[in-house]
Design a protein. Structure first.
Length: 596
């Protein structure tokens, strides 16, 4: 790929059309395909913007979810191709997109170096030949999609009859991608779903063609080596090759957070580095016979990339990760929320993000999925949640129902962020006649949930002037804690140059190294988890906490050995890393895992 970074999925709406904004410059990005209502409205918007005919797909039509997703992905495919063809045919003149394409590339890129030689060439005939070859070698960025594997709601018809496994949310979304024109990747995140993974083999595009090429690829977002290998072996046994592992920090990331048992990012990357070739051979030994049995072309081991994302903040960190751990790419997510030309963040939310401090970014239990969620205190949906509680109307109207997974009170699953669920749960709580402090603690836990289905789309609707009358305009946003150090909005050019070390957007900002940041997040996480369980600490939980603490200590010991290998930082920065690491170790040593 032209670039060594990608833009991961950002909520539901923030990166829903990012490929239309960056792919022509060779930058890959990821759009969520969870919400087909959002997708259909964005298709209507972009057909209108491009003077194209829009033929609606009604939600009550057969297979509407998959068809909506395919139609939108086909639209993005066609528009990006048009943009890229136009860009490639522009003259190499200042201000044109074709010169911007090359300016955005890293200086280490061979394509960038050849471009600079062309620009400096005095021989006009030779320069024209060089321009021809440059255009021939240009590539657009990938339009990838994301599926949260376990967000897989069952669907029913108007007579409450189950529509079958192939029409659950995740499988229908996969089908929508599989049937589209895109030649790109689906990123599977949020854990393993065997039913979904098994469904992949129903589509030929995930298998090699006569030349060995995969028209559609599978990328796994993983938190550690063990889970990566388990999932990849499951797929390999079906002949499905994992083309990339995207390692994401358990806590130093945006969106839903999947904490490890104290296993830190540095040791995780080290394990991938040491076992990469062994894993490659093991997976191919499983996959190749299956492909041959199914009569697919399988002569050579396909490429398998490894990338990392979550909490990367500077060009030096970026280059160290790429070089030391021999990675293929890095993912930069939350910082792109501050790049208006790349993502959908409304003006009010942008202002709140750029004026926020570290305390405004916090790990919460606000997701109806029951998974930790990176929340933002200054978001308008958080203010709306508090206002509803103040007016004794906690909870949200539930219109989209993507996250309905609770059957405590109803036969049909409902959402824990819904007004219906919270009303029933609070009634149950009141009947228990608990002491005031215990009641308040449980009441706060019930009412902490927010509607992500609407909240994570609202910003896209506001920014593009698509909000319907009386539609909820409260914005939910889920940046990682690393965003607290970025204090402005930026152009795409500025962010790319920052990533590649050409400029430093965090000049004079006091910020710990990404490894230290993540370590401190895990220490805080452990302290809070222990505090919650002190009164009911079982032997099993005590062993879990002890292992957690032990793995954090092992991570600290690893970083003590790693710091001397970080040669692209100043001596002052290195000494600061040692100092902060010692402080973190001292704080960890103060944590006692004992019953009250």
């Amino acid at each position: 790929m032209p670039h060594t970074f990608h833009i991961p999925v950002l909520g539901l709406g923030f990166s829903i059309d990012t490929p239309l904004k960056v792919a022509r410059y060779g930058i890959s990005s990821v759009a969520s395909i969870v919400d087909d209502e959002l997708i259909e409205r964005m298709r209507q918007y972009h057909t209108s913007q491009n003077n194209m005919e829009y033929l609606p797909i009604n939600s009550h039509e057969p297979d509407s979810r998959a068809r909506r997703i395919s139609a939108y992905l086909n639209l993005m495919h066609d528009l990006v191709n048009q943009q890229f063809d136009k860009l490639k045919n522009q003259p190499f003149e200042p201000g044109n997109d074709i010169t911007r394409y090359f300016d955005l590339l890293p200086d280490t890129s061979a394509l960038k170096q050849d471009y600079l030689r062309m620009m400096a060439c005095a021989n006009l005939h030779e320069q024209e030949m060089m321009k021809y070859h440059l255009r021939w070698r240009m590539q657009q960025g990938a339009t990838d999609v994301n599926i949260m594997a376990k967000v897989d709601k069952l669907n029913y018809n108007s007579d409450d009859e189950f529509l079958g496994d192939e029409n659950t949310d995740a499988l229908a979304a996969l089908r929508g991608f599989a049937m589209s024109k895109l030649q790109s990747s689906v990123i599977m995140s949020a854990g393993m779903n065997p039913k979904l993974y098994s469904y992949i083999e129903h589509f030929d595009d995930f298998f090699p063609d006569a030349t060995g090429r995969l028209r559609k690829k599978v990328i796994l977002k993983v938190s550690d080596f063990r889970s990566a290998l388990i999932q990849a072996k499951f797929l390999a046994k079906k002949g499905i090759w994992v083309s990339e592992f995207r390692i994401e920090s358990g806590l130093n990331c945006g969106g839903h957070a999947f904490a490890t048992d104290g296993l830190l990012l540095g040791p995780i990357l080290e394990e991938f580095k040491q076992k990469r070739q062994e894993m490659l051979a093991e997976l191919w030994a499983i996959c190749q016979p299956v492909l041959e049995h199914k009569s697919y072309f399988a002569q050579t081991i396909p490429n398998q990339r490894i990338s990392v994302q979550g909490g990367i903040g500077t060009g030096n960190e970026n280059s160290f990760l790429l070089n030391y751990y021999q990675l293929d790419a890095t993912g930069w997510g939350s910082p792109f929320l501050l790049v208006p030309e790349a993502t959908n963040v409304d003006d009010d939310t942008l202002t709140n993000l750029t004026t926020a401090n570290t305390d405004d970014f916090y790990l919460s239990a606000s997701s109806p999925l029951g998974v930790l969620f990176n929340n933002f205190k200054k978001s308008s949906i958080e203010q709306q949640r508090l206002n509803r509680i103040e007016h004794n109307r906690p909870g949200s109207p539930c219109t989209k129902k993507f996250l309905c997974n609770n059957t405590e009170f109803t036969e049909m699953a409902i959402c824990t962020a819904s007004r219906q669920y919270q009303h029933l749960k609070i009634q149950e709580l009141e009947a228990q006649q608990l002491p005031a402090a215990d009641y308040q603690q449980q009441y706060d836990a019930i009412t902490e949930k927010i509607c992500l289905c609407e909240g994570l789309c609202a910003s896209a609707y506001i920014k593009n002037d698509m909000l319907k009358p009386r539609e909820n305009n409260a914005v939910a946003i889920c940046p990682g804690p690393n965003l607290a150090y970025f204090k402005s909005t930026y152009s795409l050019d500025q962010m790319a140059k920052h990533i590649y070390g050409g400029i430093n957007l965090l000049q004079n900002v006091s910020r710990p190294n990404l490894f230290i940041n993540e370590l401190n997040l895990y220490i805080d996480y452990l302290k809070k988890d222990i505090a919650m369980h002190l009164k009911t600490l079982t032997d099993k939980k005590e062993k879990y906490f002890s292992k957690f603490k032990e793995q954090l200590q092992q991570g600290i010991d690893y970083y003590k050995q790693l710091i001397p290998q970080i040669t692209n930082e100043t001596q002052e920065s290195i000494q600061d890393m040692y100092r902060l690491l010692s402080l973190s170790e001292a704080e960890l040593n103060l944590i006692l895992v004992v019953k009250e």
